[in-house]
Design a protein around this ligand. Structure first.
Ligand code: HEC
Ligand code: HEC
Ligand code: HEC
Ligand code: HEC
Ligand code: HEC
Length: 458
């Protein structure tokens, strides 16, 4: 018999193929059953049910016959509780959250008081005012915690560790790793408070929100709006912290220099850490630019790019966390208006005189960010002639009032380069013509003149 004939009539005859395919189908079927049986969430629900049963049986054993009578129904319910994927449809926020598939005791049907004596994470819902005030069957989980609501595995849900140690522990316990380019990782630990301002406006006195309030205060005091905008208000030198930064897609962030320098690991490449790096180290370290144009595509016409001009502020850990939470909290979300909780208006600040008011204006418009809190310490600027923003206390003595107003209104742009082949300086004196007017401008100038060193002696 020829090989070809043997092949088609004996070995792979229709009959044999039919046999074989039966085995394949059976195999797949068994595989799916086992896969379903070993779903990652099942052991959590089983364990929860076991503990719940134990709890009720203990109550029955301790109590009298009436207790037994009263708890019969509950006992029956626990025993017949199916293992199933559970979800909350938070229709108002366009979210479907399956987190309670594992976090069983977070469901107020399962656990009406939303507290639990079970010590075993993740079933225990800690007595937490915030969970009580926002019933999960209406709010779900991801509106505050973020993460991927539909996921039913630990990794896909987007859990984020609070620390590198916890990350290591999770790697062993849950094979945790970051989901590459996943846009909605969970807010790690206290970063959950960055979600509150989606509904709670102007940061009222709700627990945990001190963090956000402190961040807001730091942004004001350090004049970040001298360079950055926040929702369209502020300087145009740097990205809008609300409209750009807080919603920045991971694919648009260059983590390269930070990873190469060992500042973060590959498992830490999330937006939260990108923001944090801007305070933990000098921003020029993580955004070094290309000051000599070495990476330009056109060798003959190099286009040098200056390093990040953002100064290193030297914030401590607490201040850093507050700033990160605040910047994260600027993220817009489309939450229906009925969920917005407005805060009482903050009292207008009062000032002893127009010079004190002028100093406030100097802070409010972010002049402090480039000129220093007392206008006497200009920040360094790469490749700018002189290398620094001027010290206003030293230079303003020669200006008349009118000259000063004109300078602030028109700004200075572009800056002179120190090295003509280098990049244009990234920092320049912005124009404030449309922003500072009337009494604000008058008082600002009075303040500047009050601190300027006079050179009357010539
Ligand atoms: C597959 C089961 C599973 C799913 C689904 C799940 N979780 Fe978890 N979650 C866990 C386990 C297990 C832990 C405890 C991890 C540990 O510390 O070992 C945990 C821990 C947490 C923590 C505490 C983290 C910390 O810093 O200690 C939060 C917050 C959390 N989950 C929120 C959520 C949210 C929100 C969702 C839905 C998007 C979700 N989880 C979906 C199993 C799950
Ligand atoms: C209204 C906002 C909000 C909603 C909705 C919400 N949480 Fe929380 N959750 C919080 C806050 C705030 C904390 C306390 C965080 C802290 O202070 O460390 C917290 C803590 C937790 C913790 C413990 C974290 C830890 O580090 O120990 C877990 C687990 C958790 N939530 C899971 C859930 C699950 C599951 C849901 C949905 C059923 C949910 N949360 C819904 C705000 C919320
Ligand atoms: C999706 C919108 C939404 C989010 C997100 C949200 N809340 Fe609320 N919260 C509300 C609403 C609406 C109320 C008012 C409920 C009421 O009046 O009964 C409320 C009530 C509260 C209360 C009770 C206040 C009172 O006067 O009784 C506290 C405390 C609170 N929220 C804290 C927080 C914290 C902390 C966060 C962030 C972790 C948060 N909320 C996130 C909508 C939200
Ligand atoms: C002198 C100008 C200047 C000041 C002052 C300044 N920044 Fe920046 N900042 C920049 C520039 C320019 C960038 C973009 C280049 C980069 O990524 O470093 C930037 C980047 C950032 C980023 C990353 C933005 C993104 O979308 O990738 C954050 C977050 C940030 N700044 C926060 C702040 C905060 C908060 C303050 C105040 C404490 C501040 N900055 C003060 C100029 C400034
Ligand atoms: C983004 C950084 C930045 C911000 C914000 C900024 N300046 Fe300037 N400012 C500069 C630079 C750079 C110069 C130097 C321009 C030059 O080389 O002539 C300058 C120059 C000046 C001068 C002229 C000083 C001199 O010696 O010629 C005055 C006055 C001044 N700034 C006032 C202000 C005031 C008031 C504000 C806030 C309303 C402000 N600046 C905000 C960067 C800044």
């Amino acid at each position: 018999m020829k090989f070809k004939e043997f092949f088609f009539t004996k070995l792979f005859s229709l009959r044999n193929l039919f046999f074989l395919s039966n085995f394949i189908v059976l195999g797949l079927f068994l595989f799916l059953i086992t896969k379903d049986y070993f779903r990652e969430w099942k052991p959590y629900q089983k364990e929860y049910n076991r503990l719940d049963l134990q709890r009720v049986e203990k109550l029955i054993a301790q109590g009298g016959p009436e207790t037994k009578e009263a708890l019969q129904d509950e006992l029956k319910r626990i025993k017949s509780r199916p293992l199933e994927i559970k979800q909350v449809i938070a229709a108002d926020f366009a979210r479907v959250d399956r987190c309670i598939t594992c976090h069983s005791a977070y469901d107020s049907f399962m656990n009406p008081s939303l507290t639990s004596e079970f010590k075993d994470f993740p079933y225990a819902a800690p007595k937490n005012e915030v969970h009580e005030k926002h019933p999960p069957e209406k709010y779900g989980c991801t509106v505050c915690h973020e993460g991927q609501g539909l996921a039913t595995s630990f990794v896909d849900a987007g859990h984020m560790p609070k620390s590198a140690e916890q990350g290591k522990e999770w790697k062993e316990k849950h094979q945790w790793e970051i989901v590459e380019y996943f846009e909605h990782p969970m807010n790690a630990g206290p970063m959950v408070y960055s979600s509150c301002s989606k509904c709670h406006q102007a940061h009222p006195n709700v627990p945990g929100m001190e963090l956000i309030k402190n961040g807001k205060k730091l942004v004001f005091e350090n004049g970040c709006v001298g360079c950055h905008q926040i929702n369209g208000e502020g300087g145009t030198i740097a990205p809008d912290l609300a409209l750009e930064t807080a919603v920045k897609p991971l694919a648009r962030i260059d983590f390269g220099p930070a990873v190469t320098q060992g500042l973060i690991t590959k498992n830490e490449r999330i937006l939260e850490n990108w923001i944090r790096l801007h305070f933990a180290t000098s921003p020029a370290v993580i955004t070094p630019g290309d000051p000599h144009g070495e990476m330009s595509s056109d060798r003959n016409n190099p286009q040098p790019v200056p390093p990040s001009p953002m100064p290193y502020f030297g914030f401590n850990k607490e201040e850093t966390e507050a700033l990160v939470a605040y910047v994260m909290s600027l993220k817009a979300d489309t939450i229906p208006h009925k969920y917005h909780v407005s805060a009482p208006l903050e009292p207008e600040p009062q000032f002893a005189n127009n010079i004190a008011h002028g100093r406030f204006i100097f802070q409010k418009y972010g002049c402090v960010s480039c000129h220093g809190k007392n206008a006497d310490k200009g920040i360094p600027v790469y490749n700018k002639q002189g290398g620094h923003v001027p010290d206003l206390v030293k230079t303003l003595g020669t200006f008349t009032r009118e000259e000063l107003i004109k300078k602030i209104q028109t700004g200075v742009n572009p800056e002179e380069k120190e090295d003509p082949a280098g990049p244009a300086p990234a920092i320049y004196m912005p124009s404030f013509k449309d922003r500072i007017k009337g009494k604000d401008m008058d008082d600002l100038v009075s303040y500047l003149q009050s601190i300027a060193e006079r050179i009357d002696t010539w």
